[in-house]
Ligand binder design. Structure first.
Ligand code: AMP
Length: 298
C-alpha cells in the first residue's frame, strides 16, 4: 500500500475502476467494511484520511477527535487498500476556501439542525475529494444516512461521474453502532447508549409487522430513549431515505434516525426501512461476532 499526501500523487499509477472510501480515520470495522466492499468491486482502492475542520462546529470535538495514523495505515494495508491519501491541512485548504457547497434543503433537518454548517463542510470536502481524486465509485456508510443522501444529490447536481454506494451499518456485538467517537464513552455511558439501537430495532420490527404511522414509530423510539436515565435524546424522526423529508407515514424507503447524548458524547444511529409493494423490510445492519477492535464491547 502506498501512503501519499498530495492529490497529484494519489491520482498517479492507478488503473481500471477506481473506488474511493472517504474517512476521518481511527478505523473500526465500519470503515473496514467499506474498504472490503471497494476491494470486491474495484481495481484500485483509494482511502482518504482527513479530519476535516470545516465540518466541526466551534464547540465540537475537532481538537480531541481520536487519531492514530500508524494503526490506521496497518489496518488499511490489511484490508487490501492500494493508496492511503493523508493530505495535510495545507494540501486540502491551501487558502481559506471562498467556495462552499451549499446543500440547503437536505441539510435543514436532523443533524443539520443540530450542527449548523456541518453538511456544507462535508459537501465541500467530498466535492474536493471527487474533483481531485476522480473516483468511479465512492463508498459511504448508512450510519451517516443524511450525509449519504446529501452526497448522492450533490454528485448528481454537480455532474460528478461517480457512483455513490451506500453500505449497511456495522454494529458491535452488543448492538451499539460503531463510531470512532465510542472511545469517549465510559462503561456506564456505553450501557446507557445501548438503548439507542435497542429502541430503533424494536421500532423496525414493529414496522415490519405492519406499523406504518410515523409518529407511532417515533414515539416507540423516544420512549425507549427516555427510559434510559443516562441518555439525553436530541431527535427521533422518520424521514425519506431519498431526500430526508419528514414522513407522517411509511410509504417509501425511509430511515428512522436518532441522535442522543451519553455524557458529553453525541451519538447518532438509524435503521433503514425499505418498502416494496407495501411490504417493509428493515436493515438492522451487520452485528459483529466478536467485540470490535475499538474495544469495550461485551
Ligand atoms: P468517518 O470516519 O466517521 O467520517 O466515517 C467514514 C465513513 O465510514 C462514512 O461513510 C461513514 O458513514 C462510515 N461509517 C462510520 N461508522 C460506520 C458504521 N458503524 N457502519 C458502517 N459505516 C460506517
Amino acid at each position: 500500500m502506498k501512503i501519499v499526501t498530495t492529490f497529484e500523487e494519489a491520482r498517479r499509477g492507478r488503473g481500471g475502476l477506481v473506488g474511493l472510501v472517504p474517512t476521518m480515520g481511527f478505523f473500526h470495522e465500519g470503515h473496514l467494511s467499506l474498504m472490503e466492499a471497494a476491494r470486491d468491486r474495484c481495481d484500485t482502492v483509494l482511502v482518504s484520511l482527513f479530519v476535516n475542520p470545516l465540518q466541526f462546529g466551534p464547540t465540537e470535538d475537532l481538537a480531541r477527535y481520536p487519531r492514530d495514523p500508524e494503526r490506521d495505515a496497518a489496518l488499511a494495508a490489511e484490508a487490501g487498500v492500494d493508496v492511503l491519501f493523508v493530505p495535510s491541512l495545507e494540501e486540502m485548504y491551501p487558502h481559506p476556501p471562498l467556495t462552499r457547497v451549499d446543500v440547503a434543503t437536505l441539510a435543514a433537518p436532523l443533524e443539520g439542525a443540530s450542527r449548523p454548517g456541518h453538511f456544507a463542510g462535508v459537501a465541500t470536502v467530498v466535492t474536493k475529494l471527487f474533483a481531485g481524486l476522480r473516483p468511479d465509485v465512492a463508498f459511504f456508510g448508512r450510519k451517516d444516512a443524511q450525509q449519504l443522501a446529501i452526497v448522492r444529490h450533490m454528485a448528481a447536481d454537480l455532474s460528478f461521474p461517480v457512483e455513490v454506494v451506500g453500505r449497511p451499518i456495522v454494529r458491535d456485538v452488543d448492538g451499539l453502532a460503531l463510531s470512532s467517537r465510542n472511545v469517549y464513552l465510559s462503561a456506564a455511558e456505553r450501557v446507557a447508549a445501548l438503548a439507542i439501537s435497542r429502541s430503533l430495532l424494536a421500532a423496525a420490527r414493529a414496522a415490519e409487522d405492519g406499523e406504518t404511522d410515523g409518529s407511532t414509530l417515533e414515539t416507540m423510539v423516544r420512549d425507549g430513549l427516555s427510559a434510559e436515565q443516562g441518555l439525553v435524546p436530541d431527535y427521533a424522526r422518520l424521514v425519506s431515505a431519498a431526500d430526508v423529508r419528514p414522513l407522517d407515514r411509511l410509504g417509501e424507503d425511509a430511515f428512522l434516525a436518532v441522535a442522543a447524548r451519553a455524557g458529553t458524547t453525541r451519538l447518532i444511529d438509524n435503521v433503514h426501512l425499505f418498502v416494496t409493494d407495501g411490504r417493509v423490510e428493515a436493515d438492522p445492519g451487520i452485528r459483529l461476532a466478536r467485540p470490535s477492535l475499538l474495544g469495550k464491547g461485551d
